[in-house]
Ligand binder design. Structure first.
Ligand SMILES: *[C@@H]1O[C@H](CO)[C@@H](O)[C@H](O)[C@H]1NC(C)=O
Ligand SMILES: *[C@@H]1O[C@H](CO)[C@@H](O)[C@H](O)[C@H]1NC(C)=O
Ligand SMILES: *[C@@H]1O[C@H](CO)[C@@H](O)[C@H](O)[C@H]1NC(C)=O
Ligand SMILES: *[C@@H]1O[C@H](CO)[C@@H](O)[C@H](O)[C@H]1NC(C)=O
Ligand SMILES: [Cu+2]
Length: 173
């Protein structure tokens, strides 16, 4: 009787702890381009450099992009898709001129970034990312472009919770 209520409490504590730990690891902090930073990519005209950097990553609401660049040499502007395609920095949505610049991805959908210094975007200094609603992120309901990916993202949380619950039950029963 007493044992049973103890184990129930322990399981509850374990599950709450597990979900707290998992939620706190949700937001990621990326240095765009890693050690290359934010610049015209080296190895001449590799205009896919930042697309390749982003390719194997999943971006979620709350993640941070750190654009590491030297002030007055580069900048980072958020632009529309049309402006991104044409490397048109005339009317950016927003622009950050002081490096390094930290940009929080606070909505789902595509973001487009370019450097507006002449020739830099056409030289490959451009990045687009597709942001998904993350595990534990219940803001922006109904605005997730691809809802299928968010369910796959939440399944590890459930799996770890089940695993921890099982271990707790075995130890305490
Ligand atoms: C993100 O990482 C950069 C570089 O490591 C660091 O300077 C910055 O403070 C970090 N930002 C947050 C919010 O953790
Ligand atoms: C940012 O760039 C500077 C200069 O290239 C470098 O010293 C620094 O380590 C970089 N920071 C990160 C977080 O990569
Ligand atoms: C760049 O965009 C602005 C408006 O944002 C537009 O007026 C201009 O014609 C565009 N330039 C080119 C070359 O497309
Ligand atoms: C989203 O981020 C942008 C730029 O980082 C900021 O200006 C804007 O206020 C943010 N929006 C919300 C809802 O936090
Ligand atoms: Cu630049």
């Amino acid at each position: 009787m007493e044992m049973k209520s103890m184990s129930t409490a322990a399981v509850l504590v374990a599950v709450v702890l597990a979900s707290t730990v998992l939620q706190s690891t949700d937001a990621a902090n990326y240095t765009v381009g890693d050690t290359t930073g934010w610049r015209v990519p080296p190895s001449g005209g590799n205009s896919d450099f930042y697309d390749e950097w982003a390719d194997n990553k999943n971006f979620f609401v709350g993640d941070i992009l750190e654009f590491n660049f030297t002030t007055n040499i580069h900048n980072v502007a958020e632009v529309t898709e049309a402006a991104y395609d044409r490397c048109n920095g005339t009317n950016p949505i927003s622009i950050h001129s002081t490096g390094p610049a930290s940009i929080t991805l606070n909505r789902t959908g595509e973001y487009h970034f370019i450097c507006t210094v002449l020739g830099h975007c056409t030289g490959g200094q451009k990045l687009s990312v597709d942001v998904q609603s993350g595990p534990g992120t219940n803001s922006t309901p109904g605005s997730t472009p691809n809802g299928g990916s968010s369910s796959s993202a939440s399944s590890p949380v459930a799996a770890v919770s089940v695993a921890i619950t099982s271990v707790a039950l075995v130890l305490l029963c």
